[in-house]
Design a protein around this ligand. Structure first.
Ligand code: GAR
Length: 210
């Protein structure tokens, strides 16, 4: 089984969905570590209650991003982690850290990328007037919220919708999507190849085709 670390900054509801999915005997990954950059993150207690080693690596204790990323890297190596899942992790990494985990780090983002990168995605969706919104699991690349897409789920935007109601509709899908996407990657059925996601069913294009 692939050894997975989950990085969080907050309540950790996506983390819980991954931990629960990974309990299934046939799930191709096990959650071996939860790290939070915020010691007060509610998710740390949920992880500990589930019997997963859970630690804070407080970014405020480090002089710069490189030092913080090095501390994360040391934790991940000590736990012999194969794959990293960002789940509501709200720190930007140095390019070097991202490169070290190229093809082995996933993120969930609460919009249908490439629409609505960054924060306040539900407000962005309502302001744009889209009638479909949703969530995306993607490989992490140095550019924020720009990595190759592994899986997406869509929800309708309702007339008179409110960001809180829309967020609630999206998070239900996040909790379903992230375990499914992790299973694809950990099981070797989706992988990053030359900047794109290659699925097990994909036939490589013939030379000169497309
Ligand atoms: C989720 O909606 C996740 O998609 C989003 O933060 C929330 C975390 O909730 N992530 C981002 O915005 C990443 N930039 P959770 O802590 O309950 O999983």
């Amino acid at each position: 089984k692939m050894r997975v670390a989950i990085l969080i900054s907050g309540r950790g509801s996506n983390m819980v969905s991954l931990i629960e999915a990974a309990r299934a005997p046939d799930f191709p990954a096990e959650i071996v570590l939860v790290l939070s950059n915020r010691p007060e993150a509610g998710g740390l207690a949920h992880a500990a209650a589930a019997g997963i080693p859970a630690r804070a690596v407080d970014h405020r204790a480090y002089p710069d991003r490189a030092a913080f990323d090095a501390a994360l890297q040391a934790e991940l190596e000590a736990a012999r982690v194969d794959l990293v899942c960002l789940a509501g992790f709200m720190r930007i990494f140095t390019p070097g850290f991202v490169e070290a985990w190229a093809g082995r780090m996933l993120n969930i983002h609460p919009s249908l990328l490439p629409l609505f990168r960054g924060t306040h995605t539900h407000e962005q969706a309502l302001a744009a007037g889209v009638r479909l919104h949703g969530c995306t699991v993607h490989f992490v690349v140095p550019e924020l919220d720009a990595g190759p897409i592994v899986a997406q789920a869509a929800v309708p935007v309702m007339p008179g919708d409110h960001p809180v109601a829309l967020a609630a509709r999206v998070i239900v899908e996040e909790h379903r999507l992230y375990p499914a996407a992790l299973a694809l990657v950990a099981g070797g059925r989706a992988r990053l190849a030359e900047g794109r996601v290659m699925f097990a069913a994909d036939v490589p294009p013939a030379e000169g085709a497309l």
